[in-house]
Ligand binder design. Structure first.
Ligand SMILES: Nc1ncnc2c1ncn2[C@@H]1O[C@H](COP(=O)(O)OP(=O)(O)O)[C@@H](O)[C@H]1O
Ligand SMILES: [Mg+2]
Length: 306
């Protein structure tokens, strides 16, 4: 048997070493893997099928480990339109943006989403969180759902749909999404009635009572946002993390909360920015900085075993 065949996939490795895996080591391995993912992206492609079964935990000659991505069968060029979402990622590693796009396609002005590095990073973070958690912990409740149920939950950005439907009724001349994107942004950031009216005017529409309408829209928008099922999922992620933390001491709880917040941030960005289409590399860089901060924290308290 060659040395190559002796290497385990990350899922096999974690199963075999349950309770013996050092979190610090895992994070270090994942950060190194991120470098590899960046390299693929730099070459203008995404991997397209990142998951623990497609990551090999390779033992190097010096006895240390390295994570290596395998299975480039779904790799795609960045910027390509996704005509068939099932052509990339095992579905529970698929990012929010893809689910949302699939759902929003019922509006004629919503175009298919393009292949973006964020899709790999989403799958990367899901894989990472799976690795840090107990295997029985089901981060998004996905294992107990059918693909259709998960798609419904993940794609229902209530705010976006509410706004699109409302705007579609109000000004049925809409032919592109930029009007909706701008209004969404105004409501999301509570930019005020003047800005709200300005967008309407710039698209050639007038409003009788912009202040009243703005106040109503902001209220409804943020109410929906808080009631959105995705926020329910965020809460359940927190709870599951806490459950995991209960078994350990308070320091671990701090670290896992930090990891969770990181994930929640991605989740939130994935939701809002999919509509605003504004996700740039700066965000990705800032996540990396956060991960490194977490690593430093772990270092300071002397490491944790999972
Ligand atoms: N370099 C490797 N080292 C160890 N195991 C490997 C390696 N390449 C593939 N495998 C094993 O074979 C399985 C399938 O290979 P993969 O390239 O992912 O093809 P598929 O398209 O069938 O998923 C992997 O999940 C892993 O268990
Ligand atoms: Mg595979």
């Amino acid at each position: 048997m060659s040395e190559h065949q002796g290497d385990l996939t990350l899922s096999e490795f974690l199963r075999k070493n349950k309770g013996k895996c050092h979190l610090e080591l895992l994070i270090t391995l994942f950060l190194n893997l991120l470098d590899g993912i960046y390299e693929i992206h730099r070459q203008g492609r995404i991997h397209g099928d990142i998951k623990t079964a497609n990551i090999i935990c390779m033992k190097k000659l010096d006895g240390t480990y390295q994570l290596v991505l395998i299975d480039f069968g779904y790799s795609k060029k960045i910027g390509k339109l996704i005509d068939n979402p099932n052509s990339i990622y095992t579905w529970w590693f698929r990012c929010w943006r893809m689910f949302l796009n699939e759902y929003l396609r019922k509006f004629p002005f919503v175009k298919p989403v393009r292949i973006s590095p964020i899709m790999d990073l989403w799958a990367f973070f899901v894989s990472m969180l799976h690795s840090f958690s107990d295997r029985s912990i089901d981060f998004l409740g996905f294992r107990s759902k059918t693909q259709e149920q998960a798609r419904q939950v993940m794609s229902e950005n209530s705010c976006a749909l509410w706004l699109m439907e409302k705007m579609n009724k109000l000004v049925f001349q809409i032919t592109d999404i930029s009007f909706i994107k701008q209004i969404y942004f105004v409501l999301l950031n509570k930019q005020g009635p003047e800005q709200f009216l300005k967008i309407f005017n710039s698209f050639g529409f007038t409003l009788d009572e912009p202040e009243k309408m703005y106040a109503e829209y902001v209220e409804e928008f943020h109410k929906l946002r808080n009631e959105s099922p995705i926020f329910g999922h965020v809460k359940s992620i927190f709870n599951q993390t806490r459950m995991c933390c209960d078994k350990k001491d308070a320091d671990i709880s701090t670290i896992l909360s930090a990891m969770t917040e990181l994930f929640v941030e991605i989740l939130r960005d994935g939701a809002d920015l999919s509509l605003l289409d504004a996700l740039g590399m700066e965000h990705i860089e800032s996540w990396l900085v956060k991960l490194k901060e977490i690593l430093k924290m772990i270092d300071e308290i002397g490491g944790i075993y999972f």
